[in-house]
Design a protein around this ligand. Structure first.
Ligand SMILES: [Zn+2]
Length: 399
C-alpha cells in the first residue's frame, strides 16, 4: 500500500488544542495510519509542508447540492431537467472538496439525484466530499420547501415519508418544523409539522439508526423538535433562554447557517434576490444573531453549515460562515471545532472524520497561516487530501 508522510507543518489535530510542531502524519490508503514525532516517521513518499498548518478536512453540516447559489436558485432548478441538476451537482461536489470541505450533509435534494452523486464520489468516478444525504425534506402540504420536498400530513403519512427516504438510501432525515425564508407565503416564526408528526418522524428514523435534522426557526417548532429528541436544529432563529438551556442539557446541536441569511438580507432585491425572501430575511436577522449568541454563551454544541446553494451562497468555501461565527462571538478555535470535531459528532461520524488521529479518514488540508488565530487563513489552501487522495496540491514542494 502506498504510504504518504506529511511533515514540516504545524498540526491542528482537532482535539481542541493549538497547533503543534514536529509531527509527521502517516497516511496509508484512505486512512491516517499514525501521527508520530518527525524523527520516528517510517519509510514512504514524503511531502514537506514547511511553514503551513495541517488540519482535518472541513465538514459542512448543511448544504443543498441541487441549488446553485444564483440570486434566485429556485426558479432555474425547478425549470431544468433532473439530469442537468445531477450534472451540476457533480460540479458542485468538486468545487466543495477543492475548497477543503471533505464531508457534507445534504439536507434536502432533488428526486434522489444526490444519492447518485454520493455513489459516484464513493466509487472514485468523480472528485467530491463524503456525502451524507437526506433525500427529500419532509414538510407539511404547502409548507416550507413543498416545491422540492415530500409533503406529508398526519403522523402516519410522515412515517411513510420517512420510510420512503430510507428505502431510497437516506443517511439522515430532514424535517421541516417551521416556515422559512425561501418559500413564498409562509412565515419563519410559524410552526408547521405538528409535535405528533415530528415525534413520528424521529421514531421511524431512530428505528433505522438514522438521525433527524430539523429546519426549525420559530420557538414553538424548535421546542417540539427538542422535546421529541431531534439531533440538530437548523437555523434556530427564534431561540429562548429556556430552549438553549434544554438544547445544552440534551446535547441538541445548533447549525446556525448565518451566511445564508446574510447573503439574502444584505445584497437584497438590488442583487436580484426575490423580494419575498429579502423581506423575511431582513425581518429576522437581528433575532437570528441574538439566538446564535445565546446558544454560544450557553455552550450548545454548534456545528458549522452554510446552507450552500441558497441565494449568493455558492458551494465551496466555509470561510464566510466561519468568519461570521467569529464576528458574532465564537473564538477562531471554537469556529474551527464547529467545522471539524463538533460537526463530525452531529453527523454520527465522530470516530471517522474531524480529527487527525490514527484510524481516521485521511481527509486533510494544509493552509498558509494560522486558522486558530484567523479563520480566513483557511482560504489560503495549499493541499487537500480527501480519503487519502490528493485533490489539490499548490504547495510547490516535491512529491
Ligand atoms: Zn437548507
Amino acid at each position: 500500500m502506498d504510504r504518504l508522510i506529511l511533515t514540516g507543518a504545524a498540526l491542528i489535530d482537532g482535539s481542541g488544542t493549538q497547533p503543534v510542531l514536529g509531527k509527521a502524519v502517516v497516511v496509508e490508503g484512505p486512512r491516517i495510519a499514525a501521527v508520530v514525532e518527525e524523527g520516528a516517521a517510517p519509510a514512504g513518499t514524503r511531502l514537506r509542508l514547511d511553514g503551513l498548518t495541517l488540519l482535518p478536512g472541513l465538514i459542512n453540516a448543511h448544504v443543498h447540492l441541487c441549488l446553485g447559489g444564483e440570486a434566485d436558485p429556485v426558479t432555474p432548478m425547478r425549470q431544468e431537467p433532473l439530469a442537468l441538476t445531477a450534472v451540476k451537482m457533480a460540479i458542485r461536489a468538486r468545487q466543495t472538496v477543492e475548497a477543503g470541505v471533505t464531508t457534507v450533509r445534504d439536507l434536502g435534494g432533488r428526486e434522489y439525484a444526490e444519492f447518485a452523486v454520493r455513489s459516484a464520489v464513493k466509487e472514485g468516478l468523480i472528485p467530491g466530499p463524503r456525502i451524507l444525504a437526506a433525500g427529500r425534506c419532509i414538510c407539511m402540504t404547502g409548507g416550507h420547501g413543498w416545491w422540492i420536498g415530500r409533503e406529508a400530513d398526519g403522523p402516519d403519512d410522515v412515517r411513510k415519508a420517512v420510510r420512503e427516504q430510507l428505502r431510497a438510501g437516506a443517511d439522515v432525515i430532514k424535517i421541516i418544523a417551521t416556515g422559512g425564508v425561501m418559500t413564498p407565503g409562509v412565515e419563519p416564526g410559524s410552526a408547521q409539522l405538528t409535535p405528533e408528526e415530528v415525534r413520528a418522524a424521529i421514531e421511524e428514523a431512530t428505528k433505522a439508526g438514522r438521525r433527524v435534522a430539523a429546519h426549525a426557526q420559530g420557538s414553538q417548532g424548535v421546542a417540539a423538535c427538542v422535546e421529541a429528541g431531534i439531533t440538530s436544529i437548523e437555523h434556530g432563529i427564534f431561540l429562548t433562554e429556556e430552549l438553549v438551556a434544554r438544547m445544552k442539557r440534551e446535547g441538541v446541536a445548533l447549525v446556525p447557517t448565518l451566511i445564508a441569511a446574510h447573503q439574502i438580507a444584505v445584497p437584497g432585491v438590488a442583487a436580484g434576490i426575490p423580494a419575498y425572501m429579502v423581506k423575511k430575511s431582513q425581518a429576522v436577522m437581528a433575532s437570528h444573531l441574538a439566538s446564535f449568541q445565546m446558544a454560544v454563551k450557553a455552550g450548545v454544541p454548534i456545528a458549522a453549515g452554510t446552507d450552500a446553494g441558497t441565494p449568493l451562497n455558492p458551494h465551496g468555501s466555509m470561510v464566510p460562515e466561519l468568519e461570521l461565527m467569529v464576528k458574532h462571538g465564537m473564538t477562531p478555535l471554537d469556529a474551527l471545532r464547529s467545522a471539524t470535531t463538533v460537526a463530525a459528532g452531529v453527523l454520527g461520524l465522530g470516530s471517522e472524520v474531524g480529527q487527525v488521529a490514527p484510524g481516521f479518514a485521511a481527509d486533510l488540508l494544509a493552509v498558509k497561516g494560522t486558522p486558530t488565530e484567523r479563520v480566513g487563513a483557511l482560504a489560503e489552501l495549499r493541499l487537500v487530501l480527501a480519503n487519502g487522495k490528493i485533490v489539490v496540491n499548490r504547495q510547490g514542494g516535491g512529491l
